[in-house]
Design a protein around this ligand. Structure first.
Ligand code: FO1
Length: 364
């Protein structure tokens, strides 16, 4: 692991090398060091930023000589945020990932396209169609119309995502978590509402009593998801909302089991810094399911793989350094690192830290 200043007292993410050396199950460690297969589980704007950081870190560490990387990057995106609106299928997290990786995202608003206009949205409002509090940009609508058309023509959501992604050289394989429609609903005292109504219209201020994804128990992972996890050298949990971004991914039957069984090392990045979400309203989601909004509680929620959980290592922020010894004592090796993704350099450094935690020599 590379040396860094200010790391005194930080628990290391890796255990000492074992007698058997640093062999990674399935592939030789040298293969992974050459060009690892990296799978990222992600949702939301934080997930998109982190994914762009992973690609930048991989391009730096394992360059292919043409500006890309020899590492194989696969992103499994949350589709719980998806919705039907004005007859169109929207996939906000898939699109956030797509636009961010293509470099056409609106970095000020955090969602949608840069250089966006809203002429069609104004017409929809005038007709009283759609949701007045949910704006569909003109460029963004192009993606929704293309997606809905292809779905109507019989393509699967996985095929549609691949088709959308083929417009730009993203350098990653982008997969939806499932082809099933399992939109997240929020249970409140006012009744059940779609996640986007709760999040965007009410800004998560209506107390949530819980979340569910109707039909998810019958969903199957999208083609390529379990295959990528079974071949991974590294699995990264982005600093995404643990309840409504990574929660739905892990709730698709078979995905959590595939994470537990992966030959790669599984490293998570805390979405909580000093008791507050890095971005968004994850604290309102965590409160609804009885998990304190701390890096400690979220790490324990995912759990250590050595104890039947999901993670081999957990990255928490410098601000939360005091939590590391307790987490390590509870069996979750924890590294303390700067977690703020202020710009691409910071996101790339964080992704590099997560890759280090996964690829450094370790015992299993
Ligand atoms: N977020 C908003 O706060 N207001 C909007 O009007 C809005 C529109 C929108 C349209 C398409 C899309 O893909 C995303 C959009 N978002 C909007 C973002 C989205 O609601 C959430 O931030 C994500 O689903 C959370 O990850």
């Amino acid at each position: 692991m590379r040396a860094r200043s200010g790391g005194e007292g930080a628990a290391e993410a890796t255990a000492p090398e074992s007698d058997t050396g640093s062999a990674v199950r399935g592939r030789r460690a040298s293969d992974a060091a050459e060009a690892p297969r990296v799978v990222v589980l992600a949702g939301g704007v934080g997930g998109a930023k982190f994914t762009v950081g992973v690609r930048a870190a991989a391009r730096r560490r394992w360059p292919d000589g043409t500006g890309g990387t020899r590492a194989e990057l696969t992103v499994i995106a949350n589709t719980g945020d998806d919705l039907w609106l004005s007859g169109l299928r929207l996939q906000p997290d898939v699109d956030s990932m797509l636009y961010a990786l293509a470099g056409v995202n609106d970095t000020t608003r955090g969602w949608g396209r840069t250089g966006e206009s809203e002429r069609v949205a104004a017409e929809l409002h005038a007709w009283g169609a759609g949701w007045p509090w949910f704006t569909l940009g003109d460029l963004d609508l192009g993606a929704h119309i293309a997606r809905t058309g292809w779905l109507r023509d019989g393509a699967t959501p996985t095929e549609v995502v691949a088709r959308l992604a083929s417009r730009w050289p993203l350098g990653v394989t982008l997969l939806p978590m499932t082809d099933a429609e399992v939109d997240t609903h929020v249970l409140t005292a006012q009744g059940r509402m779609h996640f986007q109504e709760w999040w965007t219209r009410h800004r998560a201020t209506v107390p949530a009593q819980g979340f569910d994804n109707p039909g998810i128990e019958r969903a199957t992972p999208a083609r390529g998801v379990c295959e990528a996890l079974a071949a991974a050298d590294v699995v990264l949990f982005a600093p995404s909302n643990p309840v409504v971004s990574l929660g739905p991914i892990l709730a698709v039957p078979g995905i959590a089991a595939a994470v537990r069984a992966t030959p790669g090392r599984v490293v998570g990045v805390s979405p909580i810094i000093a008791g507050s979400p890095v971005r968004g309203m994850a604290d309102a989601c965590l409160a609804a399911v009885g998990i304190p909004a701390t890096a400690d509680a979220v790490g324990r929620h995912y759990g250590a793989r050595s104890a039947g959980g999901l993670l081999d290592a957990w990255l928490i922020a410098d601000e939360d350094a005091a939590l590391a010894p307790g987490l390590a004592a509870a069996g979750l090796p924890t590294a303390v690192r700067p977690l703020w993704m202020r710009d691409l350099d910071a996101a790339s450094a964080l992704a590099g830290d997560a890759l280090d935690a996964a690829l450094a020599p370790h015992s299993r």
